[in-house]
Design a protein around this ligand. Sequence first.
Ligand SMILES: NC(=O)c1ccc[n+]([C@@H]2O[C@H](COP(=O)([O-])OP(=O)(O)OC[C@H]3O[C@@H](n4cnc5c(N)ncnc54)[C@H](OP(=O)(O)O)[C@@H]3O)[C@@H](O)[C@H]2O)c1
Length: 350
Amino acid sequence: MTKTHLAAILPQKGGPFVVGERPTPEPGSNEVLIEIKAVALNPVDYNQRTLGVPPVPVYPAVIGQDAAGVVAKLGPGVASTSPELKPGTRVLALATSFYRDGLPDYGAFQQFALAQSELVIPLPDSLSFEQGAIMPLAVTTAWNAWTTINIPLNTRFTPQDNQAVLIWGGASSCGTFAIQTAKTLGFTRIYTTASPKHHAYLKSLGAHAVFDYHSPTVVSQIVNAVKHDGVILRTAHCVVNGGLQPTLDVLKETKGDAKAKVVYSPPLPPDHPTLENTEIRMNWPPLDPVERDRHFYECFHGWLKDGLRSGSVVPSPANIQVEGGGLEGLNSALEKWNAGVSGTKIVVPL
Ligand SMILES: NC(=O)c1ccc[n+]([C@@H]2O[C@H](COP(=O)([O-])OP(=O)(O)OC[C@H]3O[C@@H](n4cnc5c(N)ncnc54)[C@H](OP(=O)(O)O)[C@@H]3O)[C@@H](O)[C@H]2O)c1
């Protein structure tokens, strides 16, 4: 008899989720079947559930990206490529329904989901499932941003390079990992923007200076800091909506005659602002599937796994808002996310 489990099923575009049973899949080659214990919410989840954007080609669908749980079963090949993954191992994982046209076996919002082994790593005993669930999408987004503008993962700037970076929106979930990854890359100065209540925390993650984006003089404050610090600022990750124009305003004053590079994480509108001699690219993982899997492996099985073990990488943001109700609670939890979060990740234990 086919085993079944409960899932938050998206029956049609616009939702809402309806909790129902669906068959529990067998993991294929290189796949891990995970019993999901906690999921975190992301903008893409709200947009896919409510607006069907990015498109979900086939309904009923199961969506959801960020998960933590326990390995239920390994598919062929995983034991050799990821020997630390065994049935019973506590893990965090990026569910990849997004890359698989919304195929329901690969969405996180259900009791059992498939994930590709590149995107599954052990969760240290010191971390809760809730802490594990807040990291996967933000970590890949942060690293994808750097590779989008041709800064590979193994880049290590030296103090002699004197390279600075501007991260607009440091208090966002992705922004906190933009800061942590920028620290690994070795930028001499990491400048970011956030509300004042987050400044001390973002400095603890590795930012050197944090500026209040509500201030009418925020651009000149950053430009003055760059000049005072005597660093080269030609690189920026604009993480949040509303940050592109002020990011370009800063770079206009700091880039000199050299080319600047900006990676933009929200959807980039066709009529976006521009700046002379400045490349603006939307954040995206490598398009080639083989290259993408290699990239994901380096992000997770290299940087994140090693960093969590050594303590050089921490789950961020520190503030987790736990919402109850399990699968039944996902609709209302997404509405709470849509009402606005500040330096917080919403997590739903299953
Ligand atoms: N391209 C991709 O692959 C990809 C992947 C994931 C996410 N994204 C996109 O990345 C963006 C961030 O997602 P997220 O989940 O990290 O967001 P989030 O955590 O929900 O972001 C909330 C934070 O944004 C900050 N913020 C809002 N407007 C700001 C502004 N004008 N300047 C500076 N900070 C501002 C707020 O800071 P304060 O609290 O300080 O006010 C708040 O803490 C979204 O647009 C999302 O769609 C893209």
